[in-house]
Design a protein around this ligand. Sequence first.
Ligand SMILES: NC(=O)c1ccc[n+]([C@@H]2O[C@H](COP(=O)([O-])OP(=O)(O)OC[C@H]3O[C@@H](n4cnc5c(N)ncnc54)[C@H](O)[C@@H]3O)[C@@H](O)[C@H]2O)c1
Length: 390
Amino acid sequence: MKTSTLPITRRDFAKTTLLASAAVMLSGAATFAQSRRRIRTGVIGCGSVSHSYLPVLTECPFVEVVSLCDIRPERAQQQAQRFKVAHHYPHIDRMLAGESFEFLVNLTDMQEHERLNRQALAAGKHVWSEKPIANSLRAGQELLRVARQKRLRLWGAPITVQSPQFAFMARTLAQGALGRVAAAHADYGHEGPNWSSFFYETGGGSMPDLMVYNLTSLTGLLGPAKHVTAMLSIVTPERDITEKGSIKVTEEDNAMVLLDHGNGVISHVQSGFNYFNPHGHDGRGEQRHTITIVGSRGFMGMVGYDWAPLGVDLATHEQPQLKRHATDAKGYVWQQGAALAAECLATGRELLTTPEHALHVLEIMTAARKSQTTGKRIKLASMFRWPVVS
Ligand SMILES: NC(=O)c1ccc[n+]([C@@H]2O[C@H](COP(=O)([O-])OP(=O)(O)OC[C@H]3O[C@@H](n4cnc5c(N)ncnc54)[C@H](O)[C@@H]3O)[C@@H](O)[C@H]2O)c1
């Protein structure tokens, strides 16, 4: 994808985004009638986020959850009982050798994704992975190569580009309502999770856990980053983790990243685990603009988090008072990514979310780390198609 003809590309992008969004929103009944195939699904990782995924997956008409797995076997067992899943396993080897399935949903620790995704692809499974897909761009690209070679699908969270609010922002940019786009800002933070240490250990950090959402949204709206400059730090060197006690923090818990999107467009994204935030994880509670974009003739702010947006405020040269748009989620929820992927496997309907986009965001995060250690501005190489289905 090129950004040198940004307004044209944006226009095409918005048109197809909206068509694709409409297709996704209208998906349910019509295509289900065409394909009654349920995708036999295994879920690995039965911790915190499984409480959000499993209700969606077990209600999805395109999914049959046949097995669960967790190295803490009591968690797999409890979720199997709660969601009436017939099989549960304490290890991926046992899961892969057990009840047959075709689609693995990976909800484990961030550092485990790459290894488990690789093993699942090698065993012939399609994969949905929580972020990140892998620990490095090269490893992620290799996973995608293997998936393609084996005619398998690989997707990664997050799915912020699937929301109607994202579509509204894309369309507004495409219409040129902001004039010459200059700058954007996005931020996401809270006081940090206390239930698992991996968030603070090498390969974790606030970037792959939190900033990943904003990076996906901003690159989806403004195009891939060409250069990255970053400063990262550890503000709280020790943390108390439930059942573990005090741990050392070895990955950033405070990140400031500058992105050059080309054509003069610059964005700034920040994330951290030391942000006072009265709303914590509750998306509905957040009413601030967490993403803002400004140009020569307008301003646009996403209300609430991009993973659970509540609307978009827009002010333009013609209408300088902020006006709220796109307040209807139209069925979008952040935890439906794996269900949409299963729907794609069952019906062929593509997602706006692509693995190439997830890998570009992964490259930004690894480049940000390189920028911090070298003090340099880092050039990026990876590209992705706009979230477009023609
Ligand atoms: N918790 C949330 O609200 C939330 C929201 C969105 C995304 N996520 C993402 O979801 C992922 C998991 O986060 P979480 O908060 O659920 O963490 P968690 O610690 O609550 O759960 C992770 C689970 O994976 C299991 N696990 C780890 N390695 C495993 C392995 N090799 N095989 C099988 N099981 C293994 C752990 O025992 C644990 O039960 C992370 O990538 C996180 O960024 C979490």
